[in-house]
Design a protein around this ligand. Structure first.
Ligand code: GLV
Length: 316
């Protein structure tokens, strides 16, 4: 029987269809890299997620029988694609089914950060709130604001669509123009520098890559408005958190809404202590609908590869 290694966990929606087809080894949510290597040895398929680094070392540990890395995520920066390609290992991801969920979380973080929701709730729970105060918690109103979307792909595009009812001016920065989306969303394409200068809200939707590493650094933050809101639901590596924390502390940035961090699950103390930060624990795709669909997609890839068929959503 084929061995399928699930580096951490797979939801029942994904597990059930393969339960009788393969011998399943499960690392558990707290699986260490050693444990993942151990359960992957001799496997034909590996189910990974963004917290699992699929590198040459893990692929060596898996051995020559490994045919598939099915990543439970749309992003696959945790997988060394070149190594997989070189070894003839197929890599798949889970696009589309999480687009709405992630765009909705980006909108949630935009609104929550713009209105200092975390701060207000913390004050209230701690008994510091003394009743309505005209000058307190005055945030950014989305109506009439300029929103800059960095990366107008599936998730960035859906986020822009959701914003349509708010009466915002939409800017976007992207490697290539998106004429259809521009027309549909009344969005204007500008260079990143102009987007940072003009936007009241900047929301990141670009993949992690060497080009996007610390796209938002101290220099980028200097271009942004003092009241601006920064939202990141893409990947932590896009943002230099130390620079963001300093900007928040010094009042050079209005607020942030973050769902992803560079070294998850470790969060630097400086961002935990910074004012005006709404911090979510990487829950972009965490709706029942999206996560079940992602689990099924991962399993569809596993079944296809074990059957010797072409899997859906192949990236390598
Ligand atoms: C989650 O982070 C994903 O890429 O799907």
């Amino acid at each position: 029987m084929s061995v399928v290694a699930i580096a951490r966990v797979l939801l029942p929606a994904g597990l059930e269809p393969i339960r009788d087809l393969a011998k399943i080894r499960i690392g558990g949510v707290d699986a260490t890299p050693d444990r993942v290597r151990e359960i992957t040895a001799g496997a034909e398929a590996l189910v990974a997620d963004p917290t699992v680094g699929v590198d040459a070392e893990l692929l060596d540990a898996a051995g020559p029988g490994l045919r598939l890395v099915a990543n439970f995520a749309v992003g696959y920066d945790n997988v060394d694609l070149e190594e997989c390609r070189r070894r003839g290992i197929v890599v798949t991801n889970t696009p589309d089914v999480l687009t709405n969920a992630t765009a909705e979380l980006a909108l949630t973080l935009t609104l929550a950060a713009a209105r200092f929701l975390s701060e207000g709730e913390r004050d209230l729970r701690a008994g510091r709130w003394q009743g309505l105060e005209p000058g307190a918690y005055r945030g950014l109103e989305l109506s009439g604001a300029t929103v800059g979307v960095v990366g107008l792909g599936r998730i960035g595009g859906r986020y822009a669509e959701l914003l349509a009812g708010f009466g915002v001016e939409l800017l976007y920065a992207a490697r290539s123009p998106k004429p259809e989306a521009e027309a549909r969303l009344a969005a204007s394409r500008v260079e990143l520098e102009e987007l940072l200068r003009r936007s009241d809200v900047v929301s990141l939707h670009a993949p992690a890559s060497p080009e996007t590493h610390h796209l938002i650094d101290a220099e980028a933050l200097r271009l942004m408005e003092e009241q601006a809101v920064l939202v990141n639901t893409a990947r932590g590596s896009l943002v230099d958190l130390a620079a963001v924390a300093a900007a928040l502390r010094e009042g050079r940035l209005g607020a942030v809404g973050l769902d992803v961090y560079e070294d998850e699950p470790r969060i630097p103390a400086e961002i935990l202590e910074a004012p005006h930060a709404v911090l979510a624990p990487h829950i972009g795709s965490a709706t029942i609908k999206a996560r079940d669909a992602m689990a099924r997609m991962v399993t569809d890839s596993v079944i296809a590869v074990l059957d010797g068929c072409e899997p859906p959503n192949r990236v390598v």
